[in-house]
Design a protein around this ligand. Sequence first.
Ligand SMILES: *Cc1c(COP(=O)(O)O)cnc(C)c1O
Length: 354
Amino acid sequence: MSRFWNAKTTETKPYTPGEQPSAGVKYIKINTNENPYPPSPKVYEAINNSCNEELRLYPNPEGLEARTAFASANNLDVNQVFVGNGSDEVLAMAFMAFYDNLNPIMILDISYSFYPVYCKRLDVAYNTIPVNNDFTINVDRFLEPSGGVVIANPNAPTSIAICLDDIKSILEAHPNNVVIIDEAYIDFGGESAIPLIAEYENLLVVQTLSKSRSLAGMRIGFAAGNPQLIEGLDRVKNSFNSYTIDRLAIVAAKAALEDTEHFTNNVNKIIKTREYVVDELKSLGFGVLDSKANFIFITHSKFVAKDIFMYLKTKGILVRYFDLPRVSDYLRVTIGTDYEMCIFIEKIKKFIEV
Ligand SMILES: *Cc1c(COP(=O)(O)O)cnc(C)c1O
């Protein structure tokens, strides 16, 4: 509390990011869904080549090179693509551009916890739709009238994906409202809704280079949709910061998006490691939701999730525990390298003493 804060700031309950250990403290860090593999070497090269006197100049305000690379990787036109300083920022701008406090949007009760934070801070009315007891989505609820829909696909922290037919039904139920599909984890096994953009003017797909492209540190996110939606996002962006992504981020984005081979290899490695970890955990009596992401959501009927979380921390392993209704029996575990996950499994075995 401070007398200098306005009412809105005073009442804000900010999003809590996963713990980032201080420099020098060595953890197996499988708590914030970062990619365990380095970004493409082409990214380093591009950044090095841009470390020059041109840094005194502002970047291209439209992030044009990054957008062009994203457009060509996804068979889109550049005017169907928006870029921002991480997809969190892109999402916030989308909430500002398309939603209001009169027509409540629909979000899930168990989903990315930034959505309700944006709603409160940006004066967007919302209703929460509960996920089913098995954490799947009750699509019928999303066909009811509303001011818009925001769904993470695959969902976080559950890791469960929904299919394009369900997304189509939701799009068709809200022809005059924007449906945002947050595809932060789509490359790990889900099916992207980007091909539906040609058919549905109300669809905005949001993606990030933070997870599958190993660039969480560069802060690069995209939105893809009808040019009218992109123009709406531009209007918001140009109301407070014309240069949201810097020169180094622009060239890094382009290089990362162009290195398909590096990307595919890393994603495939992570999927393979995920399947191994899932099998191991199941054989140890864990319940593991069907993951299409680079993380898994796990529970054990005999052990308390928070105890496992705390035990792992003492052993130098950070996972994510949410002390929240409906998910407090679960842990979210990011898929790291094979080596990291072997140590994770080993410690888990020690904890449950098998
Ligand atoms: C990680 C994540 C994002 C944000 O990614 P940025 O690093 O801001 O691009 C958005 N949505 C979900 C569901 C995420 O898990």
